[in-house]
Each structure stands twice: as C-alpha cells, then as structure tokens.
Ligand binder design. Structure first.
Ligand code: SF4
Length: 267
C-alpha cells in the first residue's frame, strides 16, 4: 500500500517460492520462505527516497546464520547435489560468501545513509482489509506456489488503495500463463500481457498516456476521474535478467530512483 501511494514509481522485490522448480513439498513453501530471511539469504528492507536522499529501514536478515543457511539449502531438492553423495563444504561456503558480499554492500549503504531499525515489519489485521476483486479463483498456479501468494497479497493491497481502478501489465511468466489460460482469464480488471523483457516500458507508456489525457482534459466521465494505477508484474527474467535495462530506465524516468553506491556521501 505504501508503494502504491508513493509519488512516482516504486519497486517491490518479493521472494516467491516455486515448489516445483525448487523441488520441495507444497506444504513447506511458507516454512522455506521464512528460512530464507532467518538464514540471511533474503534480508527484508525498504529504501525510501526523499529529495534525492535515501533512508533505509530494515527488519532482519542482514547477518548470515550459517546453520540456518545450510538448513535452507538442504530443504530444497535443487541443492541435493551439495549434500549427496557427500557434503560439499567448499561450494556451500562459496554460496554463503557470495551472499555475505551482497549483504555487506547493503550494510555499507545503511552505514552511509543511516537506517531506522527495526521498522520494516508490516503487521496488518487481515480482518480490516476488504477482499480483493482483481484476481479471481480458478487460475492454474500450482498449489503452494509463492507467486500465487504474492499476487494475492499484492492485489489485496492494491484494492485497498485503488479499488478496481487498476491495470496490470504482466511479463511472460508462470503468473501470466496460469492466469490467462486459453480464452479465459482470472483477472477481473484490465490486464495486459507483454514480452518477457519489456513489461516495464509498456507499464510506463500506459501510465504516461493516461497522465497526458488527464492534463489535456481528455480524461473524464464516463471514465473515472482518477487515472488508473498501473502495476507491472515480472519475474527474475524481467528484473534481473534480460529486462533489467527496461525496468531501470522506466524507474529512473518516472520517479526519484537513482544509482547508489556505498562510496557516496549523504548530504
Ligand atoms: S506455478 Fe508457481 S510453483 Fe508452479 S511452476 Fe510456476 S512458479 Fe513454480
């Protein structure tokens, strides 16, 4: 909800468990997701930028707990080769080292710009929330799929802020194919599928088009007064991989996002 209310774009990176690809039981999805944070693999933090200066707040997960990290790796079939036929300590230590290096960069930024701690824990009474009407049951995501849980939570948050005045742009991914099977869709609000890499550009173009219509006085009744909120849903392909340049460009065009380094000084 905070991201949706921010001035300009906001970026949310959510840990989304894939029990089929990661090879574990559906019933373990939540337990493994919690272990990802408890082990230090997936820190939970927020960066808020005001007048060009970032402020960090984080909840936990910046320090590695080696025992829990090993437990995390062991909990998924995809890492079985690290434990059978023998315990591959060097490879496991290398994964932990790489994760520590990444967390140290984040710690460096927090040291440089300061942080509020612990603040980044959102506790919400679900009973106070209206039930979302964006994504309906009947989609084909696997039972226990993290993407399904994330989509439902995201749609619930979006519904509190924007009601049904919402457009989703969805890159090619499990969430896309599973919610738009054949000629039926699980989305009750406008939803656009776009290529693996360029959803962020399409979302930015849609948002810009609506803003131009509004500025020109061409956006009004019978359409709703407020221009729609746009959410772009992407997986690792459209954020870390081939779509990174599109995402980065869209964020920088439409908000106060910038490149950050621990060598920068706060002013
Ligand atoms: S639907 Fe979800 S759990 Fe199933 S393969 Fe896709 S991401 Fe993985």
């Amino acid at each position: 909800m905070e991201a949706l209310k921010s001035d300009g774009s906001a970026f949310i990176q959510a840990y989304s468990d894939c029990m089929r690809g990661w090879r574990h039981g559906a019933e373990d999805a939540v337990k493994i997701s919690k272990l990802a944070t408890d082990s230090g693999y997936w820190p939970i933090y927020t960066i808020r930028v005001e007048e060009g200066v970032p402020t960090f707040s984080y909840y936990r997960g910046l320090d590695i707990d080696k025992d829990k990290f090993v437990e995390y790796l062991q909990s998924m079939g995809r890492f079985r080769h690290l434990f059978k036929p023998k315990f591959r300590e060097n490879e496991i230590n290398e994964i932990i080292f790489q994760t520590e290096q990444r967390n140290n960069k984040l710690k460096g930024l927090i040291e440089q710009f300061g942080a509020e701690k612990p603040k980044d824990l959102y506790r919400i009474d679900r009973k106070e929330l209206k039930t979302q009407e964006h994504l309906l049951p009947g989609h084909g995501l696997c039972p226990g799929c993290g993407a399904g849980m994330v989509l439902f939570q995201m749609a619930t948050a979006a519904y509190q802020v924007a009601g049904n005045n919402m457009i989703y742009v969805n890159n090619t991914s499990c969430s896309e194919v599973s919610t738009s099977k054949d000629n039926v869709t699980s989305w009750k609000v406008p939803w656009v599928h776009h290529l693996f890499e360029s959803g962020a550009t399409v979302a930015d173009a849609l948002a810009t088009a609506y803003k131009i219509l509004k500025v020109k006085g061409l956006y009004g009744k019978p359409m709703e007064e407020d221009v729609p909120y746009i959410i772009h849903i992407g997986g690792d392909g459209s954020t870390y991989d081939i779509g990174f340049q599109f995402l980065k460009a869209a964020l920088i065009r439409t908000s106060t996002f910038m490149e950050m380094s621990e060598l920068l000084k706060a002013k």
